[in-house]
Design a protein around this ligand. Structure first.
Ligand SMILES: [Zn+2]
Length: 228
């Protein structure tokens, strides 16, 4: 029996070059023991990972900016595995663009209201700069999401919001989307990939962060599931 979904990997591969929030090396992968130094008959390569919790495709839990809010390990599978909608704003998104209420209205006119309990995924096309970190970071100018849209998504009772940029907020605007979404106990996924391969509606998303105690952010494997 074959798996009844077509799978889409919405995750960037972690590399030393992966764009980090502050421009430092956010991920490293060192070899602590290599095959040739292995004293056992079976040769092993043992590695050590060091990384920022907020590197690559990752989840922000409410505790990221809400003291006392839910941590990564508190997010339930029922929240993390959810129907998703994909809103494509590539045509409009530029470095100072913020997704508007009009974008949501246009989407809902075409596809119907965003279903309660869904993850809303914004594809801005900015992921094209992923392999050129300076352009991706762009001195913190990249497509983001407006405060009004975050308020509307909470009215729709979404489980969370995902985007293919460093953040749904630009520091120059403050962090209203983080405050609203995380303040409502929802989660944010940043630096997603390949969202354009999802249909606008009808798919599901598995958001699987590394389950860390007291984690405020954690790298995640994000998988889109499109019913066959
Ligand atoms: Zn964030």
């Amino acid at each position: 029996m074959s798996f009844p979904f077509q799978l889409v990997d919405l995750t960037h591969t972690l590399t030393v070059e992966a764009p980090s929030w502050n421009g430092s090396c956010g991920f490293s992968h060192d070899i602590k023991l290599n095959y040739e130094n292995s004293t056992t008959e079976v040769k092993f390569r043992v590695q050590q990972i060091k990384m920022h919790a907020g590197i690559g495709t990752h989840v922000d839990a409410p505790a990221h900016c809400i003291p006392g809010g839910k941590c990564i390990a508190d997010l339930t599978l029922n929240e993390l595995i959810a129907p998703c909608v994909m809103i494509d704003v590539t045509d409009k998104a530029h470095a100072r663009y913020s997704v508007t209420i009009d974008d949501i209205t246009a989407f809902e006119t075409q596809y119907g209201p965003i279903p309660s309990g869904s993850l809303v995924i914004f594809h801005t096309g900015w992921e094209r700069f992923w392999t050129t970190p300076n352009e991706y970071r762009n001195q913190y100018f990249y497509p983001s999401v407006s405060k009004a849209v975050a308020e509307l998504l909470l009215q729709r009772n979404v489980v969370g919001l995902a985007i293919d940029t460093l953040s749904p907020d630009r520091p120059s605007d403050g962090f209203p989307v983080h405050q609203l979404i995380l303040g409502a106990g929802k989660y944010i996924v940043e630096n997603i990939a390949n969202a354009i391969k999802l249909p606008a509606t009808g798919a599901y998303c598995l958001t699987l962060p590394i389950k860390t105690q007291d984690g405020t952010e954690a790298p995640a494997r994000l998988v889109g599931c499109i019913p066959k």
